[in-house]
Design a protein around this ligand. Structure first.
Ligand code: HAM
Length: 427
């Protein structure tokens, strides 16, 4: 048989056997996120294209090459969200959170979409656990370190053995502009020796030249830039304070002088966390501060609203942590009908319905060719704690045989008592 349809390139089905892993990641993450005071927010998976252009930057690769835009008949364009920060800031402003609380701490878990060239750990639909802390006058190094500590805590809890934290600072917006001018001066002399992409980056977004992977560009960068110059006092002090607090919390880090990140909205602290065993796509999470994004998206300039956040890639976490796959979560009971007569099946169906409504996880076979043997093997496959057996004798005596699949014992239970019996044995 030739398959007619398959998943789009760079996407994948998450099949039922893998769902317990995903549920485990999500519920563990929710627990940790709540313990740091973050509350869940759910935004649409698509937004106005202009929102992404405005926030991530016209010159960023995500906007230039990877936005998956929706074809609509109207003039206004929409695109699938490539990340969560822009949507959360849009929602923060639309719902006037700045007037409701001094600091809003959000988290989100969901799919993101980027039209990238797929490879190991790089997908077109992938999932992030993200966090954003936004509020007026909130540029505090304590918040930077809370965010970084939370990211490290989450990754360790999700099974990443030795996550490596790299940090850098771009300083304030003014400082960032100054760095861009200096970089242009220093790198300008070598412009013709940079790779074709970097010559383009030199014009569009000079910062991206710093994290070019090509050896020849790296050599040029290393010869002219030792560290990003933090020339204004507050930017430098902020970064020093962040490092001091990281040390206080015992969080190991490395300063990565060329870490600039691919999104335009970052200012001050930026960071990336890598894990082993992922090949070239080894960032399991990344984030940073955005001091001007809220204002750029319509926030009151006088309110001085800043934000900081990160996102972790769930697929990369699962690749790096390699948790063992629980093939099938156990069900409470499986109903085995001894006779193929429809009266038995109808009676069994009613019992199953009653048990499900009482909250038990129960299943039974509906196909015509169900032999007793195949029903038992299905019960085993589903890892049923009990099988409930209904045959002629049981029905005559208004009872059901309950078999404990773990110790192979069996006893008859009156039909009216099954619920209570299971309640007692399972709780
Ligand atoms: P990002 O670095 O673009 O940042 O993505 C964060 C994480 O998402 C990456 O470290 C990676 O684990 C995962 N990821 C990104 N792209 C892909 C892909 N194509 N396939 C699989 N996994 C991927 C952001 O998205 C920012 N919004 C983070 C942030 C929040 N900054 C401030 N607040």
């Amino acid at each position: 048989m030739t398959l007619k349809f398959s998943t789009p390139r760079g996407t994948s089905d998450i099949l039922p056997d893998a769902i317990p892993l995903w549920e485990g990641v999500e519920s563990q993450a929710r627990k940790v996120l709540k313990s740091y005071g973050y509350r869940e927010i759910r935004t649409p998976v698509y937004e106005e294209t202009a929102l992404f252009k405005r926030s991530l930057g016209q010159t960023s690769d995500i906007v230039n090459k990877q936005l998956l835009e929706l074809a609509t008949s109207k003039d206004e364009g929409y695109a699938l969200r490539p990340e969560g920060t822009a949507s959360v800031v849009r929602s923060y402003l639309e719902n006037s959170f700045d007037k409701k609380e001094p600091l809003s701490k959000f988290f989100y878990i969901g799919p993101m979409f980027r039209g990238e060239r797929p490879q190991k750990g790089r997908l077109r639909q992938f999932h992030q656990i993200g966090v954003e802390a936004i509020g007026p006058n909130s540029i505090s190094p304590y918040l930077d370190v809370e965010i970084i500590a939370l990211a490290m805590h989450l990754l360790k809890d999700l099974g990443i053995k030795s996550p490596k934290l790299k940090i850098n600072s771009l300083g304030s917006k003014e400082n960032k502009d100054k760095i861009a001018t200096e970089l242009r001066e220093h790198l300008g002399i070598h412009k013709k020796d940079l790779c074709e992409d970097c010559q383009d980056r030199f014009e569009r977004n000079i910062f991206r030249v710093l994290d070019c992977k090509k050896e020849s560009c790296r050599r040029i960068v290393a010869s002219v830039v030792k560290a990003l110059p933090l020339s204004d006092g507050p930017s430098r002090l902020h970064f020093e304070y962040v490092q001091r607090l990281l040390k206080d919390l015992g969080i190991e880090y490395e300063i990565a002088p060329y870490l600039v990140r691919g999104l335009d909205y970052y200012t001050y602290t930026v960071f990336e966390i890598t894990a082993e065993g992922l090949g070239s796509q080894d960032a399991v999470g990344a984030g940073g501060r955005y001091a001007d994004l809220v204002e750029d998206l319509g926030g009151n300039p006088k309110a001085n609203i800043a934000g900081i956040g990160f996102a972790l890639g769930i697929e990369r976490i699962l690749l790096a942590a390699r948790p063992t796959q629980d093939t099938c979560a156990a069900i409470d009971a499986y109903m085995v009908v001894m006779e193929s007569d429809s009266d038995y099946q109808r009676e069994a169906f009613k019992i199953v319905d009653r048990l499900r409504k009482a909250g038990f996880n129960v299943d039974m076979a509906y196909t015509d060719d169900r032999s007793v043997k195949s029903q038992f093997s299905r019960a085993n496959k589903l890892n049923a704690r009990f099988t409930l057996i209904l045959g002629e004798e049981e029905l005559r005596n208004k009872c059901i045989a309950v078999k404990d699949m773990a110790n192979r014992t069996q006893e008859n239970v009156a039909l009216g008592d099954v619920l209570e019996y299971l309640n007692k044995r399972l709780n």
